[in-house]
Design a protein around this ligand. Structure first.
Ligand SMILES: Cc1cc2nc3c(=O)[nH]c(=O)nc-3n(C[C@H](O)[C@H](O)[C@H](O)COP(=O)(O)OP(=O)(O)OC[C@H]3O[C@@H](n4cnc5c(N)ncnc54)[C@H](O)[C@@H]3O)c2cc1C
Length: 417
């Protein structure tokens, strides 16, 4: 039986940041365990067709958290990153008003949709403006509780039907009403007045989405910084063996090769349903079974596209994928692009270079908030802390998981003094 102070499950951004920060604070009594041969989780990259490809999907480091950036630059200095201004677009198929053929045409506008309809022809702008003016939030209707109703209430029927409903269906779930609305407040907030002003003044107005500016490595994929963090951990990092079970009474973790590790505190960043939580009562097992997620396939295409966008969203239900990442516009000197597609929509063709991430998006279902609260409460009483995208089952970006890991490391070290 191996014994340690802190046992960290999973070496994605959350686990690695926690381990590296503990070490930086002088706490070396920890072990970190990862099931894959390489660290980085969803943020891993591989070389494909002569350039890095982010196998967990398009990954960019937001500039919004300078303390997180400074921490990551200790492992990969800022000079090794390029800084970009976001250029992301939506490709939408619309039948132009008054069309004699009734045939759809493809239009491209910047994201977010409601701030950039000014880029569309005037007759189409009017259709969206009229629809937003009649949206529930603008005519004093109460906030709905179902996802689809909420989207119509917030953005109007036209943007809902042309973009938000098909896009979210492709990305998250065939039945969108399984999702709650508690997380939608995070969407960019653009009022009717701001949309109107943007059409008049011909530039986006209202709050903008994350990654307005972001970093991407000059020579490598996003995976490089995590590899360097992993390398700094020496023997404390065990790769290539999955966690099989966690004994919540004896604080013993059993790995798939039979190794047992006893810890004073276990920090899990891995999905709750990817291991057995021994001794958990049925109500906790039931809560874990309610934590849903989706898988994603990332498929490389060698063609270099004629666009300046770094990524483009595709709401059309005729296409399997929901987003493309134009690699040649952020991995400088590279060619090609990749498609991101929810795995249960993905149809693999012969010769496809594709990577599947089994755990990609934790789903914000109606039941999730209550379920994860129960799990984390039970875990805390058993000296187990949930951290990161899977440990907290929350739609965090990597900068948020790093931030949370840094704060946890500081509080653990502080608390042990
Ligand atoms: C398509 C897509 C695009 C994204 N774009 C961005 C972006 O542009 N910018 C951004 O900041 N974030 C982005 N994110 C979010 C980012 O991927 C996550 O915030 C980040 O990876 C979370 O880190 P984590 O360590 O919590 O989880 P993960 O990265 O998922 O790491 C979990 C680790 O646990 C390991 N593990 C799982 N099960 C076991 C087991 N049983 N035993 C041992 N180990 C196990 C996994 O192999 C993995 O290494 C994106 C995510 C997706 C899916």
């Amino acid at each position: 039986m191996i014994k340690t102070g802190y046992l960290i499950l999973g070496a994605g951004p959350a686990g690695l940041s926690l381990a590296c920060k503990l070490k930086a604070l002088g706490e070396e009594n920890f072990i970190i365990v990862e099931k894959e041969e390489t660290v980085g989780g969803l943020c891993r990259s591989e070389m494909v067709d002569g350039a890095p490809l982010d196998i967990g999907g398009g990954h960019f480091l937001d500039v919004r958290r300078p303390s997180v950036n400074r921490f990551l630059f200790e492992y990969m200095p800022e000079e090794e990153w390029n800084k970009f201004t976001r250029d992301s677009r939506i490709s939408v198929d619309l039948v132009p008003p008054g069309s004699s053929t009734g045939k759809a045409k493809t239009y491209e506008l910047h994201h977010p949709f409601e701030a950039n309809i000014w880029e569309l022809p005037k007759s189409i702008q009017k259709r969206y403006l009229d629809s937003i003016a009649e949206a529930g939030c603008n005519v004093g209707e109460p906030k709905p509780v179902k996802f689809v109703d909420w989207i119509r209430w917030k953005l109007g029927d036209a943007i809902a039907s042309d973009y938000m409903i098909p896009y979210n269906t492709k990305m998250f779930a065939n039945n969108l009403n399984e999702l709650g609305t508690y997380w939608l407040e995070k969407l960019p907030n653009v009022s009717y007045e701001e949309t109107l002003a943007s059409c008049r003044e011909k530039h986006a107005q209202g709050s903008q989405p994350g990654h307005a500016e972001f970093y991407y490595p000059k020579k490598y994929g996003y995976g490089e910084v995590w590899l360097r963090m992993g390398a700094s951990l020496g023997d404390a990092l065990i790769c290539g063996v999955a966690v099989k079970s966690v004994d919540s009474i004896n604080k013993v973790v059993t790995l798939e090769d039979g190794t047992e590790i006893e810890a004073e505190l276990i920090i899990t960043t891995i999905p709750w349903n990817s291991f057995e939580l021994v001794w958990a009562p049925n109500r906790i097992k039931d809560a874990i079974s309610k934590l849903k997620s989706t898988s994603v396939n990332i498929t490389y295409r060698p063609k270099t596209l004629d666009t300046e966008a770094q990524w483009i969203y595709y709401p059309s239900l005729d296409l399997d994928y929901h987003r493309i990442l134009v690699r040649s516009n952020f991995a400088i000197g590279s060619k090609g692009y990749w498609e991101e597609c929810r795995s249960d929509r993905f149809k693999e063709a012969e010769g496809d270079v594709t990577f599947r991430m089994d755990y990609a998006y934790p789903l914000n279902t109606i039941q999730k908030v209550d379920a994860i609260a129960k799990v984390l409460d039970f875990a805390a009483k058993s000296h187990i802390i949930g951290l990161g995208r899977w440990g907290e089952h929350n739609h965090y970006n990597s900068d948020v998981t790093v931030d949370r890991a840094l704060k946890l490391a500081a509080s653990l070290v502080e608390g042990s003094r």
